[in-house]
Design a protein around this ligand. Structure first.
Ligand code: BT5
Length: 277
């Protein structure tokens, strides 16, 4: 599959893996449309929990709500993991928060940078997005069959890898920290953090993840935001996270508090509070 450089990514990652569950088996592709789409196909065909799909580049990388994820070759990480948690489908959004904590913990450990989580599924460094997360589930007769947890992290992308319109919003760990990141080592560490948090979540539920999430998202508390939620646009001040992972807002001048389960957050006046590199 592909050139030797590609193969060395997969071989080195396999050698460095320290997980019991996540990352085995590992499917590696020099290029693919979307690791999430491929993993969903594997999941439908019965692939076991822990199966991972990694690609060096994606031609159709997916974001949420039909948006796309810029996925140039040779520089970043595009990872999808198949999970089969024995939980109700309503708790699947927790996995976005769980993955954001795992990415933030890995960034601290590998790069020594200070990441900031932006609810629900972004990780920022220096106020710019370095990671996006896409959890997609498969259900049967309303029972959860599998979840494909997709994670894209900009590791070594130069500014030129991003289209003009993203250059003030997106960054890579290399651009933020000034040092190239070892891609297989980052992937191995990320899978270790993911597995640890996943086991914790299965055993103890979301409340066990909440302190770590709040640590990385502390900058959001008290921040004025606009949330484009499925139920409409809400403007307010972030109060925190509810026990089930919902975002709590104090709305406008009314003082009413609101619980939001999904949406896109924009910080009023820009990400200045999230700038912590
Ligand atoms: C996300 O969506 O942030 C989820 C991205 C998930 C990507 C991973 S890669 C592995 C797996 N396989 C896939 O096909 N997908 C997953 P959303 O919150 O909707 O953000 C998408 C928006 O982020 C875009 O509309 C752009 O504005 C911006 N964006 C696109 N590519 C980016 C990049 N590489 N870095 C930073 N921002 C980007």
């Amino acid at each position: 599959m592909g050139d030797p450089a590609d193969q060395s990514f997969a071989t080195t990652l396999t050698q460095q893996l320290q997980t019991r569950l996540l990352g085995t088996p590992l499917h590696f592709f020099p290029t693919i449309d979307s690791t999430n789409t491929y993993a969903a196909r594997l999941a439908r065909d019965g692939a076991p929990e822990g199966t991972a799909v990694i690609a060096d580049s994606q031609s159709g990388g997916k974001g949420r709500l039909g948006r796309s994820w810029i996925s140039p070759p040779g520089v970043n990480l595009y990872l999808s993991v198949i999970l089969r948690p024995p939980v109700p489908a309503a708790t699947v959004p927790h996995l976005n928060l769980l993955a954001a904590v795992a990415v933030a913990d890995t960034i601290v450990q590998v790069c020594g940078l200070t990441p900031a989580i932006k609810w629900p599924n972004d990780v920022l460094v220096g106020g710019k997005k370095v990671c996006g997360i896409l959890a997609e589930m498969q259900t049967e007769a309303s029972a959860l069959r599998s979840v494909v947890l997709g994670i894209g992290v900009n590791l070594n992308a130069p500014l030129s890898a991003f289209p003009e319109e993203l250059r003030d919003k997106a960054s890579s760990l290399f651009l933020s920290g000034g040092r190239l990141v070892d891609r297989p080592a980052f992937a191995a560490d990320l899978l270790t953090h993911l597995e640890k948090l996943y086991v914790l979540w299965l055993e103890q539920g979301f409340r066990a993840l909440r302190p770590a999430w709040e640590h990385h998202a502390a900058w959001m508390i008290g921040t004025q935001v606009t949330v484009a939620a499925p139920e409409g646009t809400v403007v307010g001040t972030v109060l925190g996270l509810d026990s089930d992972g919902a975002l709590l807002l104090q709305e406008g001048n009314s003082g009413t508090s609101r619980r939001l389960l999904a949406g896109d957050v924009t910080v009023v006046g820009g990400y200045t509070h999230g700038v912590r590199s």
